[in-house]
Design a protein around this ligand. Structure first.
Ligand SMILES: Cc1cc2nc3c(=O)[nH]c(=O)nc-3n(C[C@H](O)[C@H](O)[C@H](O)COP(=O)(O)OP(=O)(O)OC[C@H]3O[C@@H](n4cnc5c(N)ncnc54)[C@H](O)[C@@H]3O)c2cc1C
Length: 357
């Protein structure tokens, strides 16, 4: 029995991932008419999520710029579930089975007993393709997703600049941040990061007598994109506006620069472990493409799928690992299993994922 409901539980709907697409369902389930329909029919809903707090990525550039706090850009999934009477399980799904007659089991990576489902919906988002660039605490490449790790790393980039002597960065040797990816996400991050990093230098300079150069001269932002345009999925007018804004803001754009990794050396100052070079694909790194040196790198390229969707489920995926769904977001050969958001590909009506290229 579920709470005080007189109706016995007769079926389980399991939601995997508390992404943007599922959040609306989590709220609607707590309100009439859905709430009553579920109760009357003995349907229990469970959310399995790898995070308790889910970020709203539209506000991420505002967090980077310093306009919002972490609290302001996150939704508390546990609270939302408690409002709606949904069971919340804090775990990462790592595999799914499917029975012949429908339904199946979800396996989690922490070894807890598998969770049975009658109907299932998957919304686990995507992460940028990292090519051969490693990320982590000891390296200076920061993928934009998962956003929880990104915001930790962003804080440490800000601390790094905050804790460096003011005279370290000069017009000849500016603090250089490269953003990889010329889609909307990359553009928003380049602009907001520049705003935040300059503000750090301005506030350091205001409390120091050593100020020699302006913050404009000591912070350099480069945006590297493999395409010949910014915003390839937008129209010409929008591209023109952002090219102008980047020029006005003195952000360098490197077109035709496909990043495939990072080299850890500083050809200018070999004693320094601080500066890296972006490794470009053989097609990009011709004479016309000078090396891109940087101190920190934000990686915001096109979306990649979680590998377990292809490896540990019986579901059909695209070549690049996204779940194939029909117009009603149901998996093509597995009735009762749905997928939404960045992790799926609507076969007859494909749409761009995330906001990055
Ligand atoms: C800088 C930036 C700005 C953006 N701005 C916008 C914008 O303004 N408008 C817009 O439409 N889009 C924007 N996007 C794109 C947007 O982030 C994605 O399209 C959107 O997040 C996709 O939502 P989703 O529902 O697929 O999953 P997500 O919101 O990515 O969430 C996936 C969730 O699943 C959880 N999860 C992952 N793996 C597992 C697992 N194995 N088990 C359980 N849970 C799991 C994660 O913890 C996460 O909470 C932006 C992206 C970036 C990078």
């Amino acid at each position: 029995m579920k709470g005080s409901s007189p109706t016995p539980l007769i079926s389980d709907i399991v939601l995997v991932g508390g992404g943007h697409a599922h959040v609306h369902i989590l709220k609607m389930v707590g309100m009439p008419p859905l709430k009553n329909i579920l109760e009357e029919n003995g349907i229990q809903i469970t959310l399995i999520s790898s995070t308790v707090l889910t970020p709203y990525s539209g506000m991420l550039p505002g967090l980077v710029a310093g306009h919002y706090t972490e609290d302001e850009i996150h939704l508390d999934l546990r609270r939302l579930c408690s409002f709606s009477g949904i069971r919340f399980i804090h775990a990462s799904a790592a595999g799914i089975t499917y029975n012949d007659g429908g339904g199946g089991w979800v396996k989690c990576s922490d070894g807890r007993p598998d969770m049975r489902y009658d109907a299932l919906s998957i919304d686990i988002g995507s992460s940028p393709h990292m090519q051969n660039a490693k990320s982590g605490t000891d390296v200076t490449v920061t993928p934009v997703k998962p956003i929880s790790k990104f915001s930790e790393r962003w804080k440490s980039i800000c601390h790094r600049l905050q804790n460096t002597q003011l005279e370290t960065y000069t017009p000849e040797r500016p603090f250089t941040l490269v953003v990889v990816g010329g889609g909307a996400g990359g553009i928003e991050l380049a602009l907001s990061a520049q705003y935040a990093l300059k503000n750090i230098l301005i506030s350091k300079a205001s409390s120091s007598s050593q100020q020699q150069y302006s913050a404009d001269d000591c912070i350099k932002i480069i945006l590297a994109t493999r395409g010949e345009h910014l915003l390839p999925s937008h129209n010409e007018g929008v591209r023109r506006i952002f090219s102008r804004i980047f020029k006005e803001r003195n952000i360098e754009i490197r077109y035709g620069a496909e990043a495939i990794g990072v080299d850890y050396h500083d050809p200018i100052d070999l004693s320094s472990s601080q500066r890296k070079t972006l490794r470009l694909s053989p097609e990009s790194s011709q004479e016309s493409q000078p090396p891109i040196y940087f101190d920190e790198c934000l990686w915001c390229t096109s979306a990649g799928a979680a590998s377990w969707l292809s490896n540990d489920t019986p579901f059909a995926t695209t070549e690049d690992g996204f779940l194939q769904v029909n117009e009603t977001y149901e998996l093509c050969n597995h009735p009762g299993v749905f997928a939404a958001g960045d992790c799926c590909h609507v076969i007859d009506n494909p749409r761009p994922k995330g906001k990055s290229v």
